[in-house]
Ligand binder design. Structure first.
Ligand SMILES: [Zn+2]
Ligand SMILES: [Zn+2]
Length: 368
């Protein structure tokens, strides 16, 4: 099958801007590619950065990177998935041979953009122009054409709308705790920002056996959800920074402070609430031009560390199936992450609700 197919997709033509639902063309798989019929795509906050022009993107683009679907076709060299498999995709596409990949750190692959199609030959086109899938995925579309190292099969028992969340929010949140911070039983954790990713930091800390889990947010509804995901203490920061409350209740700071908002002010708070000798982790994606200001003295006198974590420091080909199994065992919460299911045509309204910050995940679902 060498012909290009026609699909509906959410196209971004300018930033800041909104998405337009358009008919676009998608290529047939090359030998190392997988064609996926998209079942569900979650709306993630880093998409909002792109829509608002705070993260660079080649345009016109199809965004959306938290997806699950069913394999429709595979190229001749693809052996990791087959037609009919239920799969989750991930932006942590990897080459498998660079120094980072050889160390097993596939999420840091140095040749991610060098594998697969070059920038001049995207899998999508629109009105005879190239159309770029953001993060090499482009999930807000009826189909995606992805590299074989951007996809992993999951058990068919996991509903695909839940499975989609494993591709970003859950992998990033839970992975940051178990792979990035390596939280141990009995330690203390604080999470600033309890949206889709932050709730998964909370449940990652629960899975790791943290004794105290402080959830900080400005939205009471999110704090209630955080309790359901495993928070032992909730701090309403709507009237002001919650750092003082966490410092007091924890007796001088926590072992691991996670910032899941991506703002310089909350990153500084995370450093504040890390105990002496402990670490603050930046998980929320800051805007491209954001600069973090941290008082220098405490970094030395209290021997603090600050560390960025990307995609949960996860080898997604191992961790996504593991997380799927934990869900099937009833030990990983996915159902309560989904606030609403929406149609592709309503995607702009979904992002507007995400901007307002009042609820967890909106998931676009496709009928087929
Ligand atoms: Zn995301
Ligand atoms: Zn690599």
């Amino acid at each position: 099958m060498s012909e290009r197919g026609s699909i509906r997709a959410a196209v971004l033509t300018q930033t800041p801007g909104e998405l337009r639902i358009e008919d676009v063309e998608i290529a047939a798989p090359r030998p190392d590619e997988v064609l996926v019929r998209v079942a569900a795509c979650g709306l993630c906050h880093s998409d909002v950065h792109v829509l608002d022009g705070h993260l660079p993107a080649a345009l016109p683009a199809v965004i959306g990177h938290e997806c699950a679907g069913i394999v429709e076709a595979v190229g001749s060299e693809v052996t990791n998935v087959g037609v009919g498999d239920h799969v989750v995709t991930c932006t942590s596409q990897f080459c498998g041979s660079c120094p980072r990949c050889r160390d097993g750190e596939t999420w840091l692959c140095a040749r991610r953009r060098a594998i697969g199609r070059g920038a001049g030959d995207p899998p999508l086109s629109w009105s005879d122009q190239p159309l770029y899938p953001l993060g090499s995925l482009g999930g807000l579309a009826e189909q995606m054409l992805v590299h074989r190292n951007a996809v992993v099969a999951v058990p068919k028992e996991v509903p695909l709308d839940r499975a989609a969340l494993l591709g970003c929010a859950v992998l990033t949140g839970v992975g940051s705790v178990i792979n990035g911070a390596r939280v141990r039983v009995g330690e203390t954790v604080a999470v600033i920002g309890c949206g889709g990713v932050g709730l998964n930091v909370v449940q990652g800390a629960r899975l790791a056996g943290a004794e105290r889990i402080f959830a900080v947010d400005t939205e009471p509804a999110k704090l209630e959800l955080a309790r359901r995901f495993g928070a032992t203490d909730v701090v309403d920061a709507s009237a002001g920074p919650g750092a003082e409350a966490v410092l007091e209740a924890s007796g001088g700071g926590v072992d691991h402070a996670f910032e899941v908002v991506g703002l310089p002010a909350t990153i500084a708070q995370a450093v504040d609430i890390a105990a002496p000798g402990r670490t603050a982790y930046i998980i929320g994606v800051p805007a491209a031009d954001a600069t973090i200001e941290i008082p220098g003295g405490p970094m030395v006198f209290r021997q603090k560390a600050i560390r960025g974590l990307i995609m949960g420091s996860s080898r997604f080909t191992d961790d996504i199936p593991m997380l799927a199994r934990l869900y099937l065992q009833g030990r990983l919460e996915l159902d309560a992450l989904i606030e609403e299911h929406i149609a592709l045509d309503d995607v702009n309204a979904g992002y507007e609700r995400l901007r307002a910050g009042t609820h967890a995940r909106s998931v676009v679902t496709f009928d087929f």
